[in-house]
Design a protein around this ligand. Structure first.
Ligand code: GAR
Length: 213
């Protein structure tokens, strides 16, 4: 038996993806230990969910901090003190400094509300609607210095329906995000998905197109 994967979760807001991870861990389907939840926003609701669950928290206020690289280095030093095997960005709305990311290459993932490589950045639901897309979705990717640009390990798709607006699309996608993130973390915890030396592998085979959840 492998020991549970030590996971750090970073949030900037509501924290529903964090809640999904906590629930899956508690239900026994996710062999992880969430060792810390960290945020750049001390008022983030996600931090409250973590405290309620008895998880250690780190809150480092980004407001008024001009030196982005120094802030990121400080935040990641605090996270590193918990010795996580994996860092999960779950609604963490900050572009991280490249130098800070380097030591975490292959050990940090992000969930993004679009079918990457479409719509990196913000306002993904609106952009999918404006483009007239028939299909929308969410992706989980390994994080690199390129914004939302690292290798995608899995995605989840939903149909765009007549009458959808931003809010409707976001609401319908959210439960799919939760399932997608939990599944990806499960695969990593089971050692089934790895990213080493620039190569994404699933069950020891190169992954050429994202998995579908
Ligand atoms: C989620 O929809 C997540 O995909 C998105 O923020 C939301 C956070 O919700 N992330 C990004 O846009 C990252 N670029 P949550 O706080 O309830 O998990």
């Amino acid at each position: 038996m492998r020991p549970p994967l030590r996971v750090a979760v970073l949030v900037s807001g509501r924290g529903s993806n964090l809640q999904a991870l906590i629930a899956a861990q508690r239900s026994g389907t996710l062999p992880i230990e969430i060792v810390v939840v960290a945020s750049d926003k001390p008022a983030a609701e996600g931090l409250r969910h973590a405290r309620d669950a008895g998880i250690a928290t780190v809150a480092l206020d980004a407001a008024g901090r001009r030196d982005r690289a120094a802030f990121d280095a400080e935040l990641f030093a605090k996270i590193a003190a918990f010795a996580p095997d994996l860092v999960v960005l779950a609604g963490f709305m900050r572009v991280l400094d490249a130098a800070v990311l380097t030591p975490w290459t292959g050990r940090i993932i992000n969930i993004h509300p679009s079918l990457l490589p479409k719509y990196p950045g913000l306002h993904t639901h609106r952009r999918a609607l404006q483009a007239g897309d028939a299909v929308h979705g969410a992706s989980v990717h390994f994080v690199t210095a390129e914004l939302d640009g690292g290798p995608v390990l899995a995605c989840s798709e939903i149909a765009i329906e007549a009458g959808d607006d931003d809010a409707a699309l976001a609401a319908r996608l959210l439960p799919r995000e939760h399932a997608l993130l939990c599944r990806c973390v499960q695969w990593i915890a089971q050692g089934r998905i790895t990213w080493q030396d620039g190569q994404l592998q699933v069950d020891g085979e190169p992954l050429t197109t994202p998995l579908h959840v």
